[in-house]
Unconditional design. Structure first.
Length: 298
């Protein structure tokens, strides 16, 4: 008998994508752009109509007023410009749209969407669920633990299981955090060891299983059979101080506490009263509403 499958969606990525793709002439009753809401709702419709998931949740990145990672490293994500005000408003609409659809939606001022997904995945896996993580974020591949789990980049229709992740990145899923700790992550403003990219990091992790083992065996790196191993040993030795913090930054939290983190994520269908109230404000037509209302659980 197959396991029940839970779909865990990294919502913010698909909201940003919709904001760039759809024209801002799509507006609400007040004339404010709702193009990101429109695109995100279309994305959700495709997921629900094609796969009819019984268990589904969306994780949102909220403003990190007491960020766990910024406490570790104040420069974390400091390179990112603030989101435009028009988009911030649309994030609120997207959360409300999930509520209207009856989809569990989670956010936290301390933990990122990755950590929310990691925590939900950990809990649900213990309860016997297979996990599908819908995201384009490579960080989340570290959460693929069982043979039934899938990381799915929906927009590119690229899905990877444990073996696929190892083939693509050159390391096992449980080594992804180590790979990023060594190579750094420009998107999140995490500095890596100079001269160590993904390929070199994967070479090191084939010899040593994690950052901790590398730190215990720095003097052995020069004995590895690749060109420039002595130079890499010197670089790791020089920058070893950054690796413990980097590993904490790149490791997804799987026991985070956030509002309703223990709640059930079973999809129970549309809250019609709130749905119509929200779509009135979004200035949505009858055709779009009826398509949603015709959607039923399989």
């Amino acid at each position: 008998m197959s396991k029940p499958r839970a779909f865990l969606i990294d919502a913010s990525i698909y909201i940003f994508r919709a904001w760039y793709v759809y024209d801002d002439s799509i507006t609400d009753l007040d004339g404010k752009p709702t193009n990101a809401v429109y695109g995100f709702s279309e994305f959700l419709y495709q997921i629900l109509s094609q796969y009819q998931p019984e268990y589904i949740a969306c994780a949102f990145d909220e403003h990190q007023t007491d960020s766990y990672r910024c406490e570790l490293y104040p420069e974390y994500k400091a390179n990112r410009p603030p989101a435009p005000e028009d988009l911030i408003v649309q994030f609120k609409y997207c959360r409300q749209f999930c509520q209207a659809l009856g989809i569990s939606a989670f956010g936290s001022s301390r933990y990122e969407a990755d950590d929310i997904i990691g925590t939900l995945a950990s809990r649900l896996r213990k309860q016997g669920y297979a996990i599908t993580i819908i995201s384009a974020d490579k960080d989340l591949t570290q959460l693929i633990e069982s043979d039934d789990d899938i990381w799915w980049d929906y927009a590119r229709d690229n899905s990877l299981d444990k073996k696929g992740i190892e083939k693509h990145w050159g390391v096992k899923p449980e080594q992804i955090a180590d790979l990023l700790a060594l190579s750094g992550d420009k998107v999140d403003n995490i500095p890596g060891i100079p001269g160590v990219g993904y390929k070199m990091a994967s070479n090191l992790l084939k010899k040593f299983p994690d950052v901790e083992s590398i730190l215990q065996n720095i003097e052995s790196i020069s004995e590895m059979k690749f060109r420039g191993s002595a130079r890499i040993q010197n670089l790791v030795n020089e920058h070893q101080h950054m690796l413990p913090t980097n590993k904490k930054l790149t490791t997804i939290v799987t026991d985070a506490e956030f509002d309703n983190h223990n709640s059930c994520i079973k999809w129970n269908g549309i809250d019609e009263e709130f749905f119509h109230t929200l779509l009135d404000q979004l200035n949505a037509g009858h055709g779009r509403r009826n398509r949603w209302l015709d959607l039923q659980l399989g």
